[in-house]
Write a protein of this length. Structure first.
Length: 376
């Protein structure tokens, strides 16, 4: 095993950063992580960036450094692989700070799953499994925006990147042996694409529990309320539910109130009602006049479809066992439900890539057989 110095090296000047980034850009891969805060804001507040080069661990104080352009250039350098673990929120944080999404990336959590280690394995568990090293968990709820950071915080942050290069070496070897490196690259490319193209505000109503019960003007009102809430939360940089709770949006869409007197309800009262009441009434009124009503959402699976879902899951489990993969990495429940709810099932999204041959086409074959038998 390579010797890694886990002593954190603090970087707080533009000159230091520029020199190091020039050095890192001459390497094939570097480890990358972020620390951020988000309890009271919509967007993550970048507080610290960590880089590991396989020899040392660097903590970059983005709060103190004026010129972060060299770091942005490093992220966009496609000749340098950025090694990360469960990086979805890190990608969002980096985009917020630098206006850039790193590419290419190598997500060690996805890589571990593709080598049969289990879905959603945490960084500490992966390090323990592959390197037999125990990592502390003492600073997981730290205030990373405080300065100066404690020595415990610095040491914890350094360890987040210390072992990523070693994990990368082990996992890339296993993926090549299994002929799954292209699978990993495909999934990491999809992560980057998702980070660059987040769901538009107009589609957030699709996430609301029970939205399938609504139709016509009610569904239009839910869509418009959720769109407004999403845009307003971003504008004010505050959590969605701090602005207006999701269940309030659902209740308003069902009730379609026309007057302030009928608007009040738990979660929409007092100052919140005074501040938002007129705006919400206007949104609901405009939704009632819409001609382009959203299409009604699919209803929950019928009893028969529920039985078919179990059979499809059995097929997934069988393929997962045969391939030595966690079933969760192959297909998600919503993807199975989407196949069942479609009049003409077809492979979409993640099921178009390497999963098409491994699980997508087998699922379509099973579903075709089930429907054929149902007609008899």
């Amino acid at each position: 095993m390579l010797q890694v110095d886990t002593t954190p090296i603090w970087i707080d000047s533009s000159e230091q950063l520029a020199e190091l980034c020039a050095h890192w850009r001459r390497q094939k891969a570097v480890a990358l992580d972020t620390e951020f805060m988000r309890s009271r804001t919509f967007y993550p507040q970048p507080a610290l960036l960590q880089v590991g080069d396989g020899e040392c661990c660097y903590l970059i104080d983005n709060l103190a450094i004026e010129d972060l352009q060299p770091l942005r250039d490093l992220l966009l350098d496609t000749g340098v692989t950025k090694i990360m673990h469960s990086c979805s929120e890190d990608l969002e944080t980096l985009e917020r700070l630098l206006g850039a999404i790193p590419e290419p990336i190598f997500d060690t959590q996805i890589a571990a799953a593709l080598t049969g280690m289990g879905a959603g394995l945490g960084y500490a568990a992966t390090v323990k499994e592959l390197l037999n090293i125990e990592l502390p968990k003492s600073e997981t709820r730290s205030d990373w925006l405080q300065r100066p950071l404690s020595e415990a915080q610095k040491n914890y942050a350094a360890l987040d990147v210390a072992w990523l290069p070693l994990l990368y070496g082990v996992l890339i070897k296993r993926l090549r042996e299994l002929e799954r490196l292209e699978w990993l690259q495909e999934d990491c490319t999809a992560l980057v694409s998702t980070a660059r193209n987040p769901q538009p505000p107009e589609l957030y109503y699709l996430r609301v529990k029970g939205a399938w019960r609504l139709r016509g003007s009610q569904l239009a009102a839910l869509q418009d309320l959720c769109t407004w809430r999403e845009r307003e939360a971003r504008l004010r940089d505050m959590p969605r539910n701090h602005l207006l709770k999701e269940n309030v949006c659902m209740n308003l869409a069902q009730q379609l109130p026309r007057h302030m007197a009928t608007l009040a309800q738990p979660g929409l009262e007092g100052r919140t009602l005074r501040d938002l009441g007129e705006t919400l009434l206007q949104i609901i009124a405009r939704a009632a006049e819409r001609q382009d009503l959203p299409q009604r959402l699919p209803q929950p699976l019928s009893r028969r479809e529920g039985e078919w879902l179990k059979l499809l899951r059995q097929r997934v489990n069988a393929v997962a066992e045969l391939e030595g993969l966690p079933a969760e990495i192959l297909v998600r429940k919503k993807e199975l439900e989407g196949l069942l709810q479609s009049a003409r099932p077809e492979l979409q999204g993640r099921l178009l890539g390497w999963r098409s041959k491994v699980i997508g086409k087998p699922l379509l074959e099973t579903l075709t057989e089930l429907r054929r038998e149902d007609v008899k």
